[in-house]
Design a protein around this ligand. Structure first.
Ligand code: GLN
Length: 487
């Protein structure tokens, strides 16, 4: 097996036991990126020199017999809205261009302490707004399984990097599906943890009450490994959970025996769900049933309002979070203006792309006097009702299974001029963010075009470990085995 095909868990073990050096692993992955990323466009920045230096340091610590962390020598890729000291954070936006953070995000600090080797930053939809990574102001990212198709979004660069064998692990952020959707389109595993499990410190904010950082891996075991490193209380994030989350450091228990799985009837009744996706997901659930799970229908009646609710809450928060990019406090500054108002508006006019502007306008509108009660406040109430639907369903079942997206990866350019159609592609993922529950996407086969399909599993708040174990139980049955796209 080539080094780029190995999982993070096996690389970590081999590096620790000196079967292979961190330097060899880093070189192998950099060579693979060098050979193929020109066709994929996963990375916005590659720090070959820095990665080699980190790998050399790990090797010398191992040679001296010093203890090293769980990710010692394991290469990782980071979505370019999460800070890594010394690497530019672009958010794939023109407005962020000159920003090089002098500090690590909580998650990247944890990964550094665990010995991870940072290969570089990955492409995203500008400020994580989108479902295809086409809203990036920097570059297009292609799906490694079919270069004509999108990798999904907004963490498309991270998913593509993992699926292409550029990095065994990556980080993404998920506000409405941005980890799970690209994981399903690219055929890898992606987890959105329960809100509060992972600190948001050092993640550029989009919708703060919805945003969560989470791991990508080619196997559930690797995904769980990365989560165990990045989870934990952070006093710098007031929404970070103070109590430890059960089971995150324990080995996975890949068993479906006695597990109660719910199939939300509304999810399977939506227009636009492809038959192939439906059949793959139902076959995956059947496989879990044959392993001893009980399956029953559940109902989430308020889910029909999830998309409009999300696009009010997320845009309201975005309009507030993005107000800081004014050319004075943060971001690039427009030239040739002679008063402060022109400076603000020209900076924002030049710096933001069309989707970001659309969301700032929508968010400002729903928060404005006279509309606040009619839209924003009402959306918050509906959000609570959606969360209550989940709570009720989780009184009957342990895990809810569904598709991740109505269809597999679409063609580049297919939906980019139809924002509403693009928004609807998140129909199955955004409600977990609204309800603050965890969700994972795990590969469950391919469609007739050869494109990967994702099975989404959702769980009770802070039962992330159970979700991972269930995903692992299915993974064993699926035969997918951490498949890499053949390039
Ligand atoms: N696609 C959704 C959006 O455009 C979700 C994005 C995300 O999760 N960051 O807002």
């Amino acid at each position: 097996m080539e080094l780029f095909e190995q999982t993070a868990a096996s690389l970590a073990a081999d590096i620790k036991s000196k079967k292979v050096s961190a330097k060899e692993v880093t070189d192998a992955l950099l060579a693979r990126i060098d050979a193929h990323d020109k066709n994929i466009g996963a990375f916005t920045c590659i720090d070959a020199e820095g990665a080699r230096a980190q790998a050399a340091e790990i090797d010398s610590r191992i040679a001296k017999g010093e203890s090293v962390g769980a990710l010692a020598g394991v290469p990782v890729a980071i979505k370019d809205n999460i800070h890594v000291t010394g690497m530019p954070t672009t958010c794939s936006s023109k407005i962020m261009k000159p920003f090089v953070p002098p500090y690590d995000a909580f998650v990247t600090k944890k990964m550094r302490e665990a010995g991870a080797v940072f290969l570089g930053k990955t492409n995203l939809d500008e400020f994580a707004m989108g479902s295809s990574t086409e809203n990036s102001a920097l570059q297009i990212t292609h799906n490694p399984h079919d270069f004509e198709r999108v990798p999904g979004g907004s963490s498309g660069g991270s998913a593509a990097a993992v699926a292409a064998g550029f990095s065994p692990l990556a980080l993404g952020s998920d506000t409405g599906g941005s980890i799970r959707a690209p994981a399903s389109f690219c055929g890898c595993v992606g987890l959105k943890p329960t809100y509060g499990v992972v600190s948001r410190y050092g993640l550029v904010a989009f919708g703060s009450s919805l945003d969560q950082i989470g791991p990508f891996g080619r196997t559930v075991e690797d995904t769980a490994l990365l989560l165990s490193v990045i989870a934990g209380h952070d006093p710098k994030d007031s929404t970070s959970r103070a109590e430890p989350v059960d089971g995150l450091n324990a080995p996975l228990n890949p068993s479906a025996k006695g597990l109660k799985i719910g199939l939300p009837k509304e999810y399977f009744e939506t227009d636009g769900l492809s038959d192939e996706v439906r059949n793959s997901v139902l076959a995956a659930v059947d496989a879990l049933k044959s392993e001893g799970a009980q399956v029953q229908e559940v109902s989430l009646p308020m889910i029909k309002y999830a998309v409009p609710t999300y696009y009010i809450v997320a845009t309201a928060e975005a309009s507030s979070n993005l107000a800081r990019y004014d050319g004075v406090h943060y971001g690039s500054r427009a030239e040739g203006t002679d008063n402060i108002i022109d400076l603000f508006s020209k900076t924002r006019e030049e710096g933001f792309g069309p989707e970001v502007k659309r969301r700032i306008m929508l968010g400002t509108y729903v928060l404005s006097a006279g509309y606040y009660d009619a839209y924003y406040l009402r959306a918050l109430k509906v959000r609570t009702r959606i969360a209550q639907d989940f709570d009720k369903a989780f009184e009957q079942v342990d895990v809810i299974a569904s598709p991740v997206a109505p269809d597999t990866a679409f063609k580049l350019g297919e939906l980019i001029n139809d924002p509403l159609a693009m928004y609807l592609s998140d129909i199955y993922t955004i409600s977990t963010n609204l309800a603050s529950v965890p969700g994972i996407s795990v590969p469950c086969g391919t469609d007739s075009k050869g494109m990967p399909v994702g099975l989404q599993l959702m769980g009770r708040r802070f039962e992330d470990a159970r979700l991972l174990s269930t995903a692992a139980a299915y993974e064993r049955l699926s035969g997918w085995n951490g498949k890499i796209a053949s390039l």
